[in-house]
Design a binder for this molecule. Structure first.
Ligand code: SAM
Ligand code: SF4
Length: 328
C-alpha cells in the first residue's frame, strides 16, 4: 500500500459546463449551499493544521470548476507558499484559463490538467451540453495560453465515450507528438447523472493502446506520474500518453489519495465513503484540531481496508453522485 500524502480538494461543486457524463442539463443535483462551502480561511487552516501534520504534502485543486471560485488565485498562492507543499496542481475545464493562466502561474501553480474531450467544436459542445454556444475555441485558447505561460507538465484529460469521441483517439493522441503535452485517456465511468451517455458503456484503455500502437507504436514512457495513470509514449514524441483505467483495472493498491469536498467532507475513496469525516462541522463547532488530526489519522490507518470495488453495504448511493459532487 502506498503512502497517502495526496489530497484532492474540491473548491466548489458548481460548474459553467454541463458535461453529459457529470452534470447534464436538467439533472436534479443537490448543490452545496454557499454558506456550507469551506471558506478560504477554513480550508487553509485545515491544510496547515490538520492535513500537513498528518503527512499530506501534495495537493490538487478541482471541483466542480475550480476557476469559478473568486478567491482561487489567493488559495493557490497560500498553498504554494507553504514550505511543506511539495506539489500543487489543478484540474480545470479551461474555459477561464486564457484570462487566468498568468495569475495562477504567478501565484505558484505549475502543474495543470485541462479537460479536452474533442477536437471537433460541435462534438465538444454536445459533450459539455452547450445550447448553441461554441466554447471549444475558448478552451483551446486557454490551453495555448497555459502552454505559453509555462505550465509544465500540461496534461489534457480526455474521457472516452463510445460512439461520441472514441473515433478521435488518434487525433487526440497526436497532440503529444510535437509539444510536451501529456494526453490522458480516462475510461468513462457510468456513475451519477451519466445523462445521454449513461448506457453507452466504456472503451478499455487496452483497446485504445492497441489502436495507437497500430498507428505509431507505443513505448512505455519514462515519465511516471504520482497517480493511477499508466504512462506510455509514442516513439519520438515530446509528450506522453496516460491511461486511467478505473473501469478495467483495480488500482486500489496504488492509491495515494483522499478527497476533500467543497463542504468539508474528507473521503478516503472515489467510490467508497466508509469512515468519511465532516471536518467543516468539526471546525465550526470550535472543536480542537487535535480531534480533527486524530480522526484523519484514523482514516489513514483504515484506508488500506477501504476498497473501490468491495464497498461497504449501504454505501451504494455514492454511485448516484457525479464527479463534480465527489470532487473529481
Ligand atoms: N471541472 C474540471 C474539469 O472538468 O476538468 C474539474 C472537475 S471534473 C469533475 C474532473 C475530471 O473528472 C475531468 O477530467 C472530467 O472529465 C472527469 N469526469 C467527470 N465525470 C466523469 C465520469 N463519469 N467518468 C470519467 N471521468 C469523469
Ligand atoms: Fe464541469 Fe468538470 Fe463536471 Fe464537466 S466534468 S460538468 S467541466 S465539473
Amino acid at each position: 500500500m502506498n503512502r497517502v500524502d495526496y489530497l484532492r480538494i474540491s473548491l466548489i461543486d458548481r460548474c459553467n459546463f454541463q458535461c453529459q457524463y457529470c452534470m447534464p442539463e436538467g439533472a436534479d443535483l443537490a448543490y452545496v449551499q454557499r454558506q456550507d462551502i469551506l471558506t478560504q480561511d477554513e480550508l487553509l487552516r485545515l491544510i496547515r493544521e490538520v492535513f500537513i501534520p498528518c503527512g499530506f504534502t501534495r495537493f490538487r485543486l478541482t471541483g466542480g470548476e475550480p476557476l469559478l471560485r473568486p478567491d482561487v488565485v489567493q488559495i493557490v498562492g497560500a498553498i504554494a507558499r507553504l514550505p511543506q507543499t511539495q506539489d500543487l496542481a489543478m484540474t480545470t475545464n479551461g474555459f477561464r484559463l486564457a484570462e487566468m493562466a498568468q495569475d495562477l502561474y504567478d501565484a505558484g501553480l505549475r502543474r495543470i490538467n485541462i479537460s479536452l474531450d474533442s477536437l471537433d467544436a460541435s462534438i465538444f459542445d454536445t459533450i459539455i451540453g452547450n445550447k448553441g454556444k461554441t466554447r471549444w475555441q475558448q478552451v483551446w485558447s486557454g490551453i495555448q495560453t497555459a502552454y505559453t505561460v509555462g505550465f509544465d507538465p500540461l496534461k489534457l484529460n480526455v474521457v472516452v465515450v463510445p460512439g461520441v469521441n472514441d473515433h478521435e483517439v488518434l487525433d487526440l493522441a497526436a497532440l503529444s507528438i510535437e509539444r510536451a503535452w501529456h494526453v490522458r485517456f480516462i475510461e468513462f465511468m457510468p456513475i451519477g447523472n451519466a445523462g445521454l451517455f449513461g448506457d453507452r458503456g466504456w472503451v478499455s484503455s487496452e483497446e485504445l493502446r492497441q489502436r495507437i500502437r497500430a498507428r505509431w507504436g507505443l513505448s512505455e514512457g519514462e515519465v511516471r506520474g504520482n497517480g493511477p495513470a499508466d504512462v506510455f509514449q509514442i516513439p519520438g514524441a515530446k509528450g506522453t500518453l496516460g491511461f486511467i483505467s478505473q473501469m478495467s483495472e483495480c488500482f486500489c493498491d496504488r492509491c495515494n489519495r483522499m478527497r476533500l469536498s467543497a463542504d468539508g467532507w474528507l473521503r478516503p475513496c472515489l467510490l467508497n465513503e466508509s469512515g468519511q469525516i465532516d471536518l467543516k462541522t468539526l471546525l465550526r463547532e470550535g472543536r480542537s484540531l487535535h480531534d480533527a488530526r486524530q480522526a484523519v489519522q484514523h482514516l489513514l490507518d483504515i484506508k488500506p481496508d477501504i476498497n473501490f470495488k468491495e464497498r461497504d453495504p449501504g454505501t451504494e448511493g455514492i454511485y448516484n453522485r457525479t464527479m463534480s459532487q465527489i470532487g473529481g
